[in-house]
Design a protein around this ligand. Sequence first.
Ligand code: NAD
Length: 243
Amino acid sequence: MSAARLAELIAERQPCVVLTGAGISTESGIPDFRSPTGIWAEVDPFEVASIQAFRRDPERVWGFYRARIGLLRDAQPNAGHRAIAALEERGLVSAVVTQNIDTLHSRAGSREVVEVHGSIRSAVCLACHFTEDADAVLVQLETEPVPLCRHCGEALKPGVTMFGELLPAGAMERATELARRARLVLVVGSTLEVWPVAGLPLEARAFAIVNRGPTALDDQALLKVAGSAGETLSAVVEALDTA
Ligand code: NAD
């Protein structure tokens, strides 16, 4: 019933932009952050995912990311990612703004993807700004605890936004522009607790949420579906295809 209502909203309120968080990828076997079984239940984010931690102890940060990049590269897109790509294919979703670094939207076939927290595709040198491809980084990590910039020899940093860092240049501007133009932002799998991305739904004329747990903006949403992303979004595509 709620999937059917969501399908109606998407059809009525064009353009629609999707905003995703870690919850869209849990069905691909990637834990989210703030659930009881999430990553932050095991490790302190400020010890492994902040720019201060990277400057203090890059080896510890790379220990965390080496395992994480391996997990994310092995993961496959799930029904939720595929449904969002199918909605774009049908002209019903104009873009996906994602907080995820796992590249699963692109691998599912989504074409307009704005990665507001960067991705695991690359690592960057904070000294000379050289960008290194993830494959080359992983080769270095087989023998070194910290990958080094091939130009200046400084430690490379994972190409993801860490706590305490600014978001990638241009990505947030593009995401804000998309949200302002949208007549519906569809939030999927995010607690909407990390700013500035959590403010994007408020830039749109209206927003709907698909999330298993509560979010910071539930009371302002046009519709909240408290279901799984894969099941709900597959039902939405089916409802639109049979409408
Ligand atoms: P989150 O863990 O805060 O929220 C995920 C939400 O998805 C939860 O409410 C959960 O109940 C829900 N959920 C889980 N599986 C679901 C499913 N199958 N279907 C529907 N809902 C499901 O994740 P978030 O909102 O993405 O966190 C914000 C962002 O913070 C992250 O995406 C991340 O980019 C960023 N962040 C990055 C770092 C870093 O490593 N540099 C550190 C912390 C946060």
